[in-house]
Ligand binder design. Structure first.
Ligand code: NI
Ligand code: MN
Length: 230
């Protein structure tokens, strides 16, 4: 029993959770770091943190092609239904959904959430995913600033944290170190960096600081690269 995570560039990840395929924020088309096209993904479930195009990405086409359900907020799920996505799970902040092989808690994020036409995309969020069989737990922060209630997520026993480090649109490297100290994960995976010029970061330097200043192990992946947590 394990979780295999594969970085698809930006904030997109394939997760193999105790043998079940999940994709998070599947932005592949138009993502300069994407290692392959959206057609190569075959998830059972899609997790979507907020409505911005660099997260919503290929959600509609993947969901329609595969029949995968989408776990997101109520407003995004209502919008997806209008696009013809049948299976949606519109949670809201603090709520937990049970999807058999995992539970998903919707967490808060300090950010914004709108569709490309400017319409309201509900509250932006993140997820705490708990694998049913292995008990492994992940915190995917989504796009967010640092906030002190991350300490409460740390109390839940996080094995892997996914944190934005790109700065400008989200927290940057320095605040991500504070976040790691709050969340206390075994492993931390950086995201939302190097995709576009405003969010270019020296990830090696970040990883060195994580090693020196926190108890977490940094997992820096190349696009398409994988790491398995047991
Ligand atoms: Ni965003
Ligand atoms: Mn973003």
């Amino acid at each position: 029993m394990s979780i295999k995570l594969t970085w698809l560039g930006h904030s997109a990840f394939n997760l193999e959770i105790d043998g079940h395929a999940v994709v998070v924020d599947p932005f592949l088309t138009g993502n300069p770091l994407a290692p392959f096209a959206a057609d190569a993904i075959h998830p059972e479930l899609i997790l979507l943190s907020h409505a911005h195009g660099d997260h919503l990405g290929d959600t509609v086409s993947i969901a329609k092609r595969t029949g995968a359900g989408v776990v997101s907020n109520f407003e995004i799920c209502s919008w997806l239904q209008k696009q013809g996505v049948a299976a949606t799970h519109g949670q809201n902040s603090g709520g937990i959904g049970d999807y058999d092989f995992m539970t998903v808690k919707s967490t808060i994020a300090f950010h914004s959430s709108s569709f490309s036409d400017g319409s309201y995309g509900g509250s932006p969020g993140g997820f705490i995913v708990t694998a049913a069989a292995s008990g492994l737990r992940m915190y995917y922060a989504g796009d967010t600033a640092l906030f002190s209630d991350m300490q409460l997520y740390g109390d839940e026993g996080i094995d892997v944290a996914f944190l934005p480090i790109g700065d400008f649109f989200t927290m940057g490297p320095a605040d991500s170190l504070r976040a790691i100290q709050f969340i206390r994960p075994r492993y931390v995976v950086p995201m939302h960096y190097n995709t576009f010029p405003p969010i270019v970061q020296d990830v090696s330097h970040w990883a060195q600081r994580v090693t020196n200043e926190t108890n977490a192990t940094p997992i820096v992946l190349d696009p398409g690269g994988s790491f398995t947590v047991e």
